[in-house]
Design a protein around this ligand. Structure first.
Ligand SMILES: [Zn+2]
Length: 352
């Protein structure tokens, strides 16, 4: 399986938060021939390691979970009502294709909507962001018919598909954060052919979308010295982002290297040096706040971890048409491989 196939497989496999097992199986399968060890912890994180006996440990985290929906009610006439799993944008659900991942197999459905002709002005406004007004139509005749296919508690995602666009752009639901997961695993795969001075742990973390939870448990378990989250970051190069106070972030201009209180300054500098050494374009992403990704909980695991974050520019986050650039993935992989190789026994990550 080549790398692009692996990425596409991740994107086409459902992993709504808390129900990540299908995508974790793909990760274990793909990585077994490159890893020295692979473990699945009790929380569901998949921990892929190289050189695990080394005294110094570096953790790379890419979260495998994606936002989704959970079935909470089936009406007498067979329509399926849902609650959000993670930060779903209800505004983009109207008219969307979805898949309910039921026990007997996937059930396709669509999210219906009262035709615009029939909506009052007030209705248009009121239903826009109200998940209670959303229903999935699976074509069932009635409740009994629906229940033969779908059960309360089943989870759903947007219909999973990959669209290849001009200029090396790709669109798919769940690019957040299957691209980060992909980068973490590719770095480990490439490092498996090199001599390492450190133990390298690529972690497919669970439950990021509901509170950065898999990174918290896996960082505790691994107890690394350095932990780098690889996650999508908001691109600003599409309409609607004309805010001069926001640091620009362009698709295809390289991954971002974050700065701020959530970031260890030694790791940040080494990442920038790694980018320069490999002639890889990157963008600077300053944040005065703690990050809304795995770097947040990794930093304060146990006695503290030298945390950092690499961002993959992403348009339309948390919709079914998220967009990323292949080029940013390639550059992120190059930078991280160089970073891992540059750590030696003398490297001191303590901020001094
Ligand atoms: Zn994410």
């Amino acid at each position: 399986m080549d790398s692009k196939d692996f990425l596409h497989k991740l994107l086409l496999t459902p992993s709504p938060t808390g129900y990540e097992q299908p995508v974790q199986r793909i990760v274990r399968d793909r990585m077994k021939k490159y890893a020295d060890s692979i473990e699945t912890d009790l929380h569901g994180n998949v921990i892929v390691a190289l050189n695990p006996k080394a005294p110094r440990k570096i953790m790379l985290a890419g979260h495998c979970d994606q936002i989704g929906l959970m079935v909470r009610h089936i009406s007498a006439d067979g329509f399926v009502y849902v609650a959000p799993l993670g930060g779903i944008d209800v505004g983009v659900l109207h008219g969307a294709r979805v898949t309910i991942h039921a026990e007997k197999g996937p059930v396709d459905g669509i999210i219906g909507r009262k035709p615009i002709h029939a909506q009052t002005g007030e209705e248009r406004e009121r239903t826009r962001n109200d998940i209670e007004k959303i229903w999935i139509d699976i074509g069932a005749k009635n409740k009994k018919d629906a229940e033969r296919r779908v059960q309360i508690g089943d989870v759903a995602t947007f219909h999973l598909s990959v669209v290849e666009m001009a200029n090396g752009l790709i669109s798919s639901p769940g690019l957040d954060d299957k691209v980060g997961l992909f980068v973490a695993m590719e770095v480990l795969r490439i490092c498996s052919t090199k001599k390492l001075n450190v133990g390298l742990y690529a972690v497919s973390t669970v439950q990021e979308e509901v509170g950065l939870r898999g990174a918290q448990t896996s960082a505790y378990g691994i107890n690394p010295e350095v932990g780098i989250a690889i996650d999508v970051t908001h691109a600003s190069d599409n309409p609607g982002n004309e805010n001069p106070k926001v640091t620009p972030c362009k698709l295809g201009a390289g991954p971002t290297i974050c700065a701020g209180p959530n970031i260890n300054p030694v790791v940040e500098k080494m990442l920038k040096d790694a980018a320069k050494k490999t002639k890889s374009a990157f963008q600077i992403a300053p944040s005065t706040r703690l990050l809304g990704n795995d770097a947040n909980t990794i930093q304060v695991a146990r006695g503290g971890v030298a945390a950092a974050s690499i961002g993959i520019p992403n348009r339309y986050m948390h919709t079914q048409v998220e967009v990323c650039s292949y080029r940013d993935l390639e550059l992120a992989i190059k930078i991280l491989v160089q970073f891992v190789l540059s750590v030696n026994s003398k490297t001191d990550f303590r901020p001094m």
